[in-house]
Design a protein. Sequence first.
Length: 135
Amino acid sequence: GAVLTEHGRRLKALTQVLGDGQLSAFDDFTCDPPLPSALEEERPTALGFRVGARTVVALIVDDATLAAHPVVTVTLPKAVGKVRLVSSTGESRDLAAEHVGEGLVCRVPMGELTCGVARGWGKPWRVAVGYVVVE
């Protein structure tokens, strides 16, 4: 069989996280530290998605943010379900979540994820990518 490149492993992980179904944007969550929900070059971000009943929050955090905040707290005020953390290369583990009202609060150990290079041209930007998946 063929061996996947790092890029291939990341695409496979993204497929595992999003699965199949209708994809839509999701913004009913907050992060501490605050992370903007916009893709901009060399800025940490948090992006939310819904695929059927699954909610995914993608966290993209750089070295400087990891050093200052190795744990990112994600609050999903209207989410219920099992929570897991999936790395950009597909490693998955259950993530403890506190049920608060009708929602969840989870502390995401971003500092435990391996940083990779976000792009291969120009100045490399080292980031850790983690997907918080609620099902």
